[in-house]
Design a protein around this ligand. Structure first.
Ligand code: BGC
Length: 234
């Protein structure tokens, strides 16, 4: 139980390029419901994505909402949405959902939330997510450096990390090349950040077929929902 002894149910929402997931968490961040998932609608414009969230939310009881969004988010405002739709740019998702759900809503980058669900809070911790896009989050002694967006930085051969390691690249180039690239990316990022720990999440982690360095580990997808509690507690 938290210090105020009040209990809150948090609806955690994870908006992904292929699926939208929800789960209800108790005040301490423990799951109170199973994870529910619907496909991300196409085109993934704000009104369609919000309709899907409302459908999922209708089936749950909750007092407040945490949303992970696959783009840069500042003060509830969407700044980038490379893998969804350009209609999201400058969209005030936090205010919109607050009005529609009549509950307080906080929105953050999806990889940042996934990281909150995984980190130990010690030293420099880097989180990568391998799904439709290439997500990244950086924490120093548990404190988030928001919206890292490593995915859109140059990696190799004139391409970004996301161009080389996103789902489209995996499907086009195949697992062998993708794994070789991922190994190189991990070595690169270790040199860049000298992190104490690296956590790798996202649906495509199932394709990793090499031994990770000892300071790196694969984390479950549910972290992308569990981390939502931290938007209210940190
Ligand atoms: C976005 C990031 C996001 C990542 C994973 C990237 O294309 O720019 O903000 O975290 O995809 O969804």
């Amino acid at each position: 139980m938290n210090e105020s002894n009040q209990s809150f149910r948090t609806l955690a929402v994870d908006i992904g390029g292929s699926g939208i997931k929800v789960m209800v968490l108790d005040t301490d961040g423990q799951p109170l419901s199973d994870r529910q998932r619907l496909k991300t609608p196409h085109p993934a414009k704000p009104e369609n994505v919000i309709d899907t969230i409302l459908t999922l939310a209708k089936q749950q009881e909750f007092d407040r909402v945490s949303v992970g969004f696959p783009g840069v988010v500042q003060n509830g405002l969407i700044k980038t949405a490379v893998n969804l739709n350009s209609d999201w740019l400058q969209y005030d998702l936090a205010t919109s959902l607050t009005q529609l759900l009549s509950k307080p809503v906080k929105v953050a980058n999806d990889a940042d939330i996934q990281g909150f669900g995984a980190i130990s809070g010690k030293g420099v911790e880097l989180v990568l997510t391998l799904g439709t896009g290439f997500g990244s989050a950086l924490f120093v002694s548990g404190k988030l450096v928001p919206n890292l967006e490593m995915g859109h930085h140059p990696f190799r051969k004139g391409e970004t990390y996301e161009e080389q390691l996103g789902r489209a690249a995996l499907e086009k180039e195949g697992k062998k090349k993708w794994n070789n690239r991922l190994e190189k990316a991990i070595a690169n990022l270790d040199r860049l950040f000298s992190y104490d720990a690296l956590y790798i999440g996202g649906g495509e982690t199932k394709n990793i077929n090499f031994d990770l360095p000892s300071n790196a580990k694969i984390i479950p997808n549910v972290n992308g929902l569990l981390g939502g509690i931290k938007l209210w507690t940190s």
